[in-house]
Design a protein around this ligand. Structure first.
Ligand SMILES: NC(=O)c1ccc[n+]([C@@H]2O[C@H](COP(=O)([O-])OP(=O)(O)OC[C@H]3O[C@@H](n4cnc5c(N)ncnc54)[C@H](O)[C@@H]3O)[C@@H](O)[C@H]2O)c1
Length: 320
């Protein structure tokens, strides 16, 4: 089986590539432009680690470059495309909304179009819990999507989901949309709360908290990778699934747990941040029922592993 992973040098993409290479399950090709949204060295280090595992093909290409992208599709026969590449981040999307039209919508259209023209059978698209907008504090099931999003990032993901449906209709390939709920773990994205807090606390600095009355359904990276792996050979028309943990953690709870690791922790409180939602909470019944998805890593266990990784990483920079 030949699989193309876009965004393979990213946080989720590199973990997925690592899992697929170690399982020896398929031939993997990665496309990643190494976007400078966050430290490019972290992306290069992930690729270096992946190269130490097993052979795979890597193209440093911007998905917006149609000519180069079409060459990759012409030179290969992919069975499955896992489209993870995007510009992530809610706060930056408020500052630079047009970039999200380019990297999250136009790049997705290019992938969907070339996948269709080259007879790909199944496209998996990385969407986000942010598409649910700021709904009441209750488990969000897939059908609770109502389009009332509160950030340009979320709007771009909604747009990209719609294009997924349109191109599924045009090309008749299976599309599985996976809505991830705040993912964390080793090699995490340095712009997200947990990695950001850990780095600052390891450096003895204060952390900035926007609002303590928020909650997130933090989902450990291994559970997300398991969810994507389960979806790989279950293409079946156009399907949408939540991949979350199903147990939201309040900001107060996160801070209390952080303090148990870093007793000297000091906090700078800021007000509400535009674009954020109050809480996220995944209803994972559908993914459980249809994919067999069952998250197994508790927040306490996942955070312990993430802190341990960060200590090693920032000390010797060679930890895998
Ligand atoms: N991490 C989370 O909590 C989370 C939650 C919900 C959804 N998602 C989605 O999951 C996907 C992966 O997220 P991540 O956290 O691994 O982000 P990431 O930024 O670590 O990975 C995305 C990768 O895509 C690459 N990329 C971006 N635009 C590109 C382009 N035009 N051409 C080629 N490469 C490009 C980047 O260089 C980056 O390495 C994204 O679509 C994101 O929106 C992530």
């Amino acid at each position: 089986m030949n699989v193309l992973i876009t965004g393979g040098a990213g946080f989720i993409g590199s973990h997925l590539t690592s899992a697929l290479l170690q399982e020896n399950r398929c031939n993997v090709t990665i496309i990643d432009m190494l976007h400078s949204y966050y430290d490019v060295n972290r992306k290069k280090e992930r690729l270096k680690y992946l190269k130490s595992l097993r052979n795979f093909t890597y193209h440093q290409i911007d998905l917006l470059n149609e000519e180069k992208l079409s060459e990759v599709f012409k030179q290969n026969t992919f069975d499955i495309v896992i489209h993870l590449a995007a510009l992530p981040g809610v706060a930056y999307s408020v500052e630079k909304p047009n970039e999200y039209v380019d990297y999250d919508i136009k790049a997705t259209i290019n992938v969907l179009k070339f996948a269709g023209e080259s007879q790909v059978k199944h496209v998996i698209f990385a969407s986000s819990s942010s598409v649910y907008g700021d709904q009441a504090n209750e488990p969000l099931s897939e059908e609770m999507f109502n389009g009332k999003v509160v950030s340009p990032y979320a709007a771009a993901k909604v747009g990209a989901e719609s294009f997924c449906h349109a191109f599924h209709h045009i090309y008749n390939y299976d599309v599985t949309v996976l809505r991830f709920f705040t993912v964390y773990g080793p090699w995490g994205r340095p712009d997200m709360a947990i990695p950001l807090f850990i780095k600052r606390l390891l450096d003895g600095e204060s952390i900035t908290v926007f609002d303590q009355n928020t909650a997130r359904d933090y989902t450990y990276i291994d559970d997300i990778i398991n969810g994507i792996s389960l979806a790989l050979d279950k293409g079946n028309g156009y399907k949408v699934y939540n991949l979350g943990n199903g147990n939201p953690v309040s900001m107060k709870q996160l801070l209390a747990t952080m303090k148990s690791y870093f007793p000297a922790m000091s906090i700078i409180e800021k007000g509400w941040r535009t674009g954020d939602v109050t809480s996220t909470w995944a209803n994972i019944t559908k993914a459980q029922r249809e994919l067999g998805y069952l998250p197994t890593v508790s927040f306490e266990e996942g955070l312990a592993k993430t802190i341990e990784w960060a200590k090693q990483y920032y000390t010797n920079k060679t930890y895998n």
